[in-house]
Design a protein around this ligand. Structure first.
Ligand SMILES: [Zn+2]
Length: 263
């Protein structure tokens, strides 16, 4: 789509030079539409314009993938790990690099208890998507190094801070061999006023095979315990009620890669 609209823009410009200038209003609308599309592409990663963002499992994916962002945090992550263990559930944690550096043992424990670990940048900057490629690369490499130091493994999964993907970020992630993971639905639990009932309800509606659900095991600044922690038993129950296993995102990716290899 990006290429198609870019090509249309170029065609319009060529025509303006060779044939006749288009009426000003046509040019204005075309330019406005093009800019709106670029902004949408950056804001809503589900449009997958700039990057291959995984927002759900493939057609063969079974179960639901719970994903937890913004940890690890000793106040809340152990509680989430205990609740997942009690349910026999596996999940994916997108950790913030500087918190990994502060809590390496807790980071290692997430892996030891059978969960997948991805990076969620090092500094979790709000304006990360506006950074030039070299700054994005430096930040992501720092996050990868922090996780590797804590766990011995270099992650392959990446979720962008605030979910915004810029072309620069998508390119850097690809160069670093990272798979960018978005989400199918989110619990909207990233603010201190979120109610556990509401978070559970937000997610219950999207419980189906292949869904990637976005939760938080810690607040971005560690200043409150996200409602997801209290909502987790109800979320687990909703999945069990529909006979949906709670699985890791990379379980599906591994299955797809194996299928592609044999196809
Ligand atoms: Zn985050």
């Amino acid at each position: 789509m990006l290429y198609a609209t870019s090509a249309a823009g170029v065609a319009l410009a060529v025509r303006a030079v060779l044939v006749e200038p288009p009426p000003l209003w046509v040019a204005a609308i075309a330019l406005g539409a093009y800019l709106a599309m670029l902004i949408l592409g950056v804001t809503f990663s589900r449009f997958s314009m700039f990057a291959d963002v995984v927002t759900q499992g493939g057609d063969d994916a079974r179960g639901v993938a719970l994903t937890f962002d913004d940890g690890p945090d000793p106040k809340s992550t152990p509680k989430v790990l205990d609740l997942l263990d009690a349910a026999g559930a596996k999940a994916t944690f997108f950790v913030i690099g500087h918190k990994v550096t502060e809590h390496p043992e807790l980071t290692a424990e997430i892996v030891a208890r059978g969960h997948a670990l991805g990076i969620h940048s090092y500094a979790h900057e709000r304006l990360f998507s506006l950074r030039p490629p070299w700054q994005v690369k430096r930040d992501l490499e720092r996050a990868l190094d922090a996780v590797e130091k804590a766990t011995g493994d270099r992650p392959v999964l990446f979720r962008a801070p605030i979910g915004h993907i810029s072309p620069a970020m998508a390119g850097v992630a690809r160069d670093l061999g990272l798979i960018t993971v978005g989400w199918t639905a989110r619990g909207v639990d990233g603010w201190s006023g979120a109610k556990p009932d509401t978070v559970a309800r937000n997610l219950r509606r999207h419980m189906r095979d292949g869904a990637i659900l976005l939760l938080h095991d810690a607040a971005e600044k560690g200043d409150f315990v996200p409602a997801s922690v209290e909502a987790l038993p109800a979320i687990v129950e909703a999945a069990e009620g529909q006979n949906l296993a709670l699985v890791r995102v990379d379980d599906w990716l591994a299955a797809e890669a194996a299928e592609e290899a044999t196809a």
